[in-house]
Design a protein around this ligand. Sequence first.
Ligand SMILES: NC(=O)c1ccc[n+]([C@@H]2O[C@H](COP(=O)([O-])OP(=O)(O)OC[C@H]3O[C@@H](n4cnc5c(N)ncnc54)[C@H](O)[C@@H]3O)[C@@H](O)[C@H]2O)c1
Length: 256
Amino acid sequence: MRRLDNKVAVITGGAGGIGTATAHLFAEQGAKVVLIDVDETALKEVASGIAKVAPEAQVAWLAVDLGDEASAKAVVGHALERFGRIDVLVNNAGLRSYEPLDGAKAETWDRLLSVNLLSYAYLVREALPALRKSGKGSIVNISSTHAFNPRAGMGQYDVTKAGIISLTKTLAFEEAERGVRVNAVCPGATLTPFHIRRFAADGKSENDLRNEQLNQNIQRRWADPREIAYPILWLASEEASFVTASVIMADGGTRV
Ligand SMILES: NC(=O)c1ccc[n+]([C@@H]2O[C@H](COP(=O)([O-])OP(=O)(O)OC[C@H]3O[C@@H](n4cnc5c(N)ncnc54)[C@H](O)[C@@H]3O)[C@@H](O)[C@H]2O)c1
């Protein structure tokens, strides 16, 4: 028996670094996976990458902009049409912005709040009937170590990540009686293609980053996306049946 056998999991941001690692791990553990992302080309690549290593895996995908409230209904409709149930929802899609608060633009605030926070709330609202029906529903919201350790220069992003913690706890309290667990994972620096591309612009290679001694955490390194996917898997699985309203820091021990 694998850890997610017979479960259907929706993963947003499924074409990104942490979403892809989570999708691979979930498929290896027996889940039917529904990948959601705005990037259709990347979604197809992730789905075919999983099929290569796990030909028996069942993977569906849908390209939508989660910043649009109507997408939440489309996502849930697609998952139910393809697999007939939803047991796990991993809210993971996210955008960054690098505007200091003294110059933060309204349009950036709107976009960050819509994608990073409201999309989580709308998708939960639409998926809850199916998650309740599952009897073992689990929501895993991906926040960030910077929900608790905010820094200069990324205030808009950090506010959305702090909001996700509040959303997680409120939802856990509201849904406990209906059997849906709700938890958050807070990654720290994780070496995803986004960061690899970002640092390539400064002339740093992926290898440079892997060998770098980070000051940000006590392990002094970047995480591999799979190191974030494992705590997500655990919270999604029934091994975490007594865990709800909780926040797991997967940040290598961030220094405040
Ligand atoms: N990588 C890190 O160091 C790190 C650290 C802390 C928290 N996180 C969080 O983990 C999550 C995943 O991060 P990642 O590093 O894998 O990022 P990523 O940029 O690789 O992936 C995010 C994915 O979300 C998708 N997305 C963005 N806007 C969307 C929209 N409007 N609709 C649908 N999809 C959309 C992107 O296309 C992308 O595939 C994010 O919420 C991020 O904030 C990451």
